[in-house]
Design a binder for this molecule. Sequence first.
Ligand code: CA
Length: 233
Amino acid sequence: MDKPKILVVEDEEKIARVLELELTYEGYEVQKALDGLEGFQMVQKESWDLILLDVMLPGISGIELLRRIRANDPHTAVIMLTAKDSVEDKVSGLDLGANDYVTKPFQIEELLARIRASLRFHKKPAVEEVHQDWLVVGDLKLNEVTREVLREETSIELTPREFDLLAFLMSHSRQVLKREQLLNHVWGYDYYGDTNVVDVYIRYLRNKIDKPFGGSPLIHTVRGVGYVLKESK
Ligand code: CA
């Protein structure tokens, strides 16, 4: 089995360094981020088995980062590192879906025990279990149950409307869809806007699922008709 991957998001370099050494020694694969923004980037870039997340961080706070993580990832175990007396932090962290918290200053043995427990109880569902819920077109994957979207295994954050539009395009891949069809299915028959809104949202989607990935675009314009999602060959 691969080494569990742990991300340490902690701005106090000394603590981050100690955690990196201890966890590496325990056989985990460890990387650290020294502020909230860097942590957020690393969460978007890769998947982790567990995230140790300090609450008080420059850039994006630990609570805000947790909220962003949980917005599209219910599975990764998160242990919050909280200041000694901050009951509020503990409560909002647990409300937002942290699996556990450890109060600073902590004993490394206690933290290691919590990490082992979290990794045991928060295993990600096996790929087979969720496979049937994935729509797949080329290297783009969308899960209608967990509402995850991945391209080249990179997680992509979409708004609910963008997600619904992409899900509809993917479930009708290689079919040319008229703007009116997209409007009706994604916005609803009682939507009183004009079809320009479809073009606007197609642009948002392109900026998220096509542009950042260089290669070949998946969303194509069919002039005078509408749009089609397919692999370009
Ligand atoms: Ca801190």
